[in-house]
Design a protein around this ligand. Structure first.
Ligand code: ADP
Ligand code: F6P
Length: 319
C-alpha cells in the first residue's frame, strides 16, 4: 500500500480537522502518499482529489468545521455509483480510504470495501450516537458549547423569573441533552430514551418555584422536540413566563476541546496503523480510554445503551 485518501462526510464536527491532521501526518511519517477528497463521497464522485503534504494540515488542529468540507451524497446508496467511485480511486492507484463521519458514512465505507477499496472509519459526529465507542469526535466540544449557553440562559432566566426550554441537537440520541443538562444544572432533562409527561414537568417546575427557585432550566433533546409548543404549554399550565431557545447549528462549530483534539489525534493515528497492518472495513473508537477497532458491521450492530444511572443522578441533583 502506497497511497491513501481521506474524506469527511455527513454533518461536520469539531475535531474533524485534528483527525485529518493526524491521518495525514501519520501516513507521511510511514512514507505513504496522502490524498484529500473534498466534500465527502460527493467530491469523490467528482474526482475532487488533491495531494496533501505536511503543510496542508498546518494550522488546522484548532479549527472547527472541516477543511476538507463535507456533504451528503444520497446517490452513494446506488451500487453503480459506488463502483464508479471505486474506479476513480483505482485509476489514481489509491488503495485505501479513511472516512470520518457517522453511521451513514460508515455504511458507505463498508460497501466501498466490498469493491476492493481498503476502508477505515473514524467516528465524527457531535451526536455521540455510535454505540461501539464511548465517545465520538465533536461530542465533547458540543456539550461544552451547550453548557455555556445554558449558563447564559440561567442568567437571564433568573433575572426574569422565567422558565427556559433549551432544545439541543443529537438526532435520536439524548447524550448531548444529558451531559450538558447535568453540567449546566438543569432542573429537567428530556430525552427520547426516557420520554416525559408534560404535566409531570409542569408539576416539577411549580415545586421548584415553591422551593424558591428563581429559574427553571429545561434541556430538551431534539429527538423529542417541540420546544416552542412546550414553552406555550408550560406557560398555560403553570402561569409562569416561559421561553424556548433552539440552539441549532451553533452546537456544531468552534475549536475542539482538549478531549476532542486528543481523541481525534489518537484515532487518526491508529487508523493509519491499521491500514499499514492490511486491515479493512473497520472503525476505530475509544472504550475505557483505550483505542479499539472493530468490523464496521459489528460496530453498527452494537446496541446503544442510554446511561440511565447518570440521568437519575442528574434528576436527583436538580432537586
Ligand atoms: P452520518 O455519516 O453523519 O450518519 P449521513 O447519514 O447523512 O451522515 O450519511 C453521510 C453520507 O454517507 C450520505 O450522504 C451517503 O453519501 C453515505 N451513506 C449513508 N447511508 C448510506 C448507505 N446506506 N449506503 C451507502 N452510502 C450511504
Ligand atoms: O448529526 C449531526 C446533526 O447536527 C444532528 O444533531 C442534527 O439533527 C443534524 O445533524 C442536522 O443536520 P443538518 O446539518 O443537515 O441540518
Amino acid at each position: 500500500m502506497n497511497k491513501i485518501a481521506i474524506l469527511t462526510s455527513g454533518g461536520d464536527a469539531p475535531g474533524m480537522n485534528a483527525a485529518v491532521r493526524a491521518v495525514v501526518r501519520m501516513a507521511l511519517y510511514h512514507g505513504l502518499e496522502v490524498y484529500g477528497i473534498e466534500q465527502g463521497y460527493k467530491g469523490l464522485l467528482n474526482s475532487e482529489i488533491f495531494k496533501m503534504d505536511r503543510k496542508s494540515v498546518s494550522d488546522i488542529i484548532q479549527r472547527g468545521g472541516t477543511v476538507l468540507r463535507t456533504a451528503r451524497c444520497p446517490e452513494f446508496k446506488n451500487e453503480e455509483v459506488r463502483k464508479h467511485a471505486a474506479n476513480i480511486l483505482k485509476e489514481k492507484d489509491i488503495d485505501a480510504l479513511v472516512v470520518i463521519g457517522g453511521d451513514g458514512s460508515f455504511t458507505g465505507a463498508k460497501l466501498l470495501s466490498k469493491l476492493g477499496v481498503k476502508t477505515i472509519g473514524l467516528p465524527g459526529t457531535i451526536d455521540n450516537d455510535l454505540a461501539y465507542t464511548d465517545f465520538t469526535i465533536g461530542f465533547d466540544t458540543a456539550i461544552n458549547t451547550v453548557m455555556d449557553a445554558i449558563h447564559k440562559l440561567r442568567d437571564t432566566s433568573t433575572s426574569h423569573d422565567r422558565v427556559s426550554i433549551i432544545e439541543v441537537m443529537g438526532r435520536n440520541c439524548g447524550d448531548i441533552a444529558l451531559y450538558s443538562g447535568l453540567a449546566g444544572g438543569a432542573e429537567a432533562i428530556i430525552v427520547p430514551e426516557v420520554g416525559f409527561d408534560k404535566d409531570e414537568l409542569c408539576k416539577t417546575i411549580l415545586e421548584g418555584k415553591s422551593k424558591g427557585k428563581q429559574h427553571n432550566l429545561v434541556v430538551l433533546a431534539e429527538g423529542v422536540g417541540g420546544a416552542e409548543e412546550l414553552a406555550k404549554y408550560v406557560e398555560d399550565v403553570t402561569g409562569l413566563d416561559a421561553r424556548a431557545t433552539i440552539l441549532g447549528h451553533i452546537q456544531r462549530g468552534g475549536s475542539p476541546t482538549v478531549s476532542d483534539a486528543v481523541l481525534a489525534s489518537r484515532l487518526g493515528a491508529r487508523a493509519v496503523e491499521l491500514l499499514m497492518e492490511g486491515k479493512t472495513c473497520r472503525v476505530v473508537g475509544i472504550k475505557d480510554n483505550k483505542i479499539i477497532d472493530m468490523d464496521i458491521d459489528e460496530a453498527l450492530a452494537v446496541e446503544r445503551k442510554f446511561d440511565k444511572d447518570l440521568y437519575d443522578v442528574a434528576t436527583i441533583l436538580s432537586y
